[in-house]
Design a protein around this ligand. Structure first.
Ligand SMILES: [Zn+2]
Length: 349
């Protein structure tokens, strides 16, 4: 059954999309909104397969035919199907520019060459700049026959209202992680130690080092993954420099986007612990805890902390997440947040 990888994490989304497929009532354009970008990309891929599969079932694509396999192909990113195009922010500024949307529009207006429908997927659609959005609007107003547009965004509010209103919105649930990530364990332990430490600069900087080290390793891993997928070295001799330049820009943007996603997930992990502390202070059930295996430590911490303090801590971490989103200096923002969490400085009003 297709859509299977999504059924556990986004059951409502799967139900909506499969119902539309079964009734032949697919919209021309969808806006996938939510935090779970990975899930949204997965859903886009499954939908692209479902509309282009050679032997589709009621549940979606078969996963086995030529068409499904081409869409699922790992390289290049977005697959090899000639009728399925993926658009992502490129260049350092991480915006989707008019050249990109024009190229997509042109392709959507052509007849499908292999499948039944042209599919355009725009990842991080909130990054479409004004020019590109305005030109793109025409395509949304009069979608070409046999075309399907999927706009993916974690920030639907940043899209033009005129764009939003022309898409059918599908809301995704929170990012899949409902289990603490094993790799984050040292960070969670460090935070527990810091919170229970009663204002220790040393502990704050120790945790700072741990987090920085973790994020550095994440970045390296992301870079390696993207490089491996692109296999640019293979083309270095033959391809022209303009093309290479563009590819390198794309890769940079991909690294940046994936790194940000992981950094966000890391901070969310810290946030969960602070929420757990608050849950304990409020006398909440152990079943409500995200970090259940740390229940004893959390209850101990809660006994020593006031409700106000726990709330202030949560605010601190939310501020940090906001700042990172707005491109402030990562190290500085982290340092300030950890000092606040240690209780050494008062949280910003
Ligand atoms: Zn198939």
């Amino acid at each position: 059954m297709s859509f299977k990888p999504l059924a556990a994490t986004q059951p409502a989304v799967v139900a909506v999309l499969q119902r539309s497929l079964a009734n032949n009532r697919l919209a021309h354009a969808y806006l996938f909104a939510g935090d779970a970008l990975e899930d949204m990309e997965l859903a886009a891929r499954e939908l692209a397969k479902a509309v282009n599969c050679e032997l589709p079932t009621k549940q979606g694509g078969c996963d086995r035919c030529d068409s499904c396999r081409k869409i699922d192909a790992a390289t290049p990113p977005g697959g090899q199907h000639p009728d399925v195009q993926w658009l992502r922010p490129e260049s350092k500024s991480r915006v989707i520019v008019i050249d990109q949307t024009r190229e997509l529009e042109k392709s959507l207006h052509l007849k499908p060459t292999m499948g039944r429908m042209k599919v355009g997927v725009i990842v991080e659609a909130d990054r479409i700049n004004q020019n590109a959005a305005n030109s793109f609007l025409k395509t949304l107003e009069e979608p070409p026959d046999r075309s399907l547009l999927l706009l993916l965004t974690a920030a639907p509010g940043q899209l033009l209202e005129t764009v939003r209103s022309r898409c059918q919105r599908v809301q995704f649930g929170a990012a899949a992680a409902r289990e603490p990530e094993a790799a984050h364990a040292p960070l969670v332990d460090g935070l527990l130690a810091l919170l229970g430490g009663g204002g220790s600069v040393l502990k704050a900087y120790k945790l700072f080092d741990t987090i920085r080290g973790f994020l550095d390793a994440e970045k390296k891993q992301v870079e390696e993954q993207v490089e491996q997928t692109a296999q640019l070295d293979r083309y270095r001799q033959v391809a022209d420099s303009k093309w290479l330049e563009k590819k390198e820009e794309e890769m940079k943007a991909q690294v940046e986007a994936e790194y940000r996603r992981r950094r966000k997930a890391t901070v969310v992990t810290l946030e969960w612990l602070l929420r757990d502390a608050l849950v304990c202070i409020e006398g909440g059930d152990a079943a409500l805890l995200f970090n259940r295996e740390r229940g004893d430590a959390l209850r101990k911490l809660a006994a020593a902390q006031t409700r106000e303090r726990a709330l202030a801590n949560l605010e601190t971490i939310e501020t940090l997440q906001d700042q990172l989103e707005r491109n402030v200096n990562e190290a500085l923002a982290l340092e300030v947040a950890l000092l606040r969490l240690s209780g050494l400085t008062t949280p910003a009003a």
